[in-house]
Write a protein that binds this ligand. Structure first.
Ligand SMILES: [Cu+2]
Length: 210
């Protein structure tokens, strides 16, 4: 018996009724209680100045994305659920419109990436770090970016889009070639090949909605 085990003995005696396995403190009960918890949005220390409630094409709310100013950067925090596990392209798009039944496909009314300076992907103001969903479909996200400002998010009538596929950030080296063209093609320079739009939320200024 090592020192740690000796130390645990009296503690185990005290907790005899409840069992004592120091490595199994996350019980099934705790886990199912967590699963049952509805998405409450993002709890942040700083109140966000802008936010987006993200819904899928069936109109189900997947969670909230919060934006707050952090010195000259934007702090982005999100808690989402109901996603396909893995990486998803995640951007601020140029229109405040999230139509699930849009003619061109769900959420195509959101338009392209927010890109006021006419750059290629991944230098758009609206390009964000990818979203990663765990096997249970939940994603907890924190990032700071300085390619856009909270003022733009509040004033420019924008939306947040979660894509079906990962974002390649147009990182297609010249040793890749398609149709005689080396590197990223026009579509890749616009979208990062992140694919269909699975969820969307209109960015609203929090001050105006209090
Ligand atoms: Cu996008």
């Amino acid at each position: 018996m090592n020192y740690k085990q000796k130390l645990m003995m009296p503690i185990c005696a005290a907790f005899l009724l409840y069992g004592c396995n120091s490595e199994d403190h996350s019980t099934d009960t705790e886990k199912s209680a967590e699963d049952a918890k509805p998405v409450q949005g993002v709890q942040t220390e700083v109140d966000p100045q802008a936010k987006a409630e993200v819904k899928d094409a069936e109109g189900k709310t997947l969670g909230t994305v919060n934006f707050s100013a952090e010195e000259s950067s934007v702090l982005i925090e999100a808690v989402l659920e109901g996603l396909e596990p893995g990486y998803h392209g995640f951007h601020v798009h140029e229109n405040a419109s999230c139509e699930a039944d849009a003619k061109e496909g769900p959420f195509t009314t959101a338009g392209g990436h927010f890109n006021p300076t006419d750059e290629n992907h991944a230098k758009h103001a609206g390009d964000m770090l990818p979203l990663f969903a765990k096997d249970d479909g939940t994603a907890k996200y924190t990032a700071t970016l300085d390619n856009m400002t909270v003022e733009q998010l509040k004033q420019e009538e924008l939306s947040v889009v979660v894509h079906a596929n990962p974002d390649n950030f147009a990182n297609i080296p010249d040793h890749y070639e398609a149709d005689g063209e080396k590197g990223p093609n026009e579509g890749t320079l616009k979208t990062g090949d992140a694919g269909d739009r699975q969820a969307c939320g209109i960015v609203v200024s929090v001050d105006e909605n209090k």
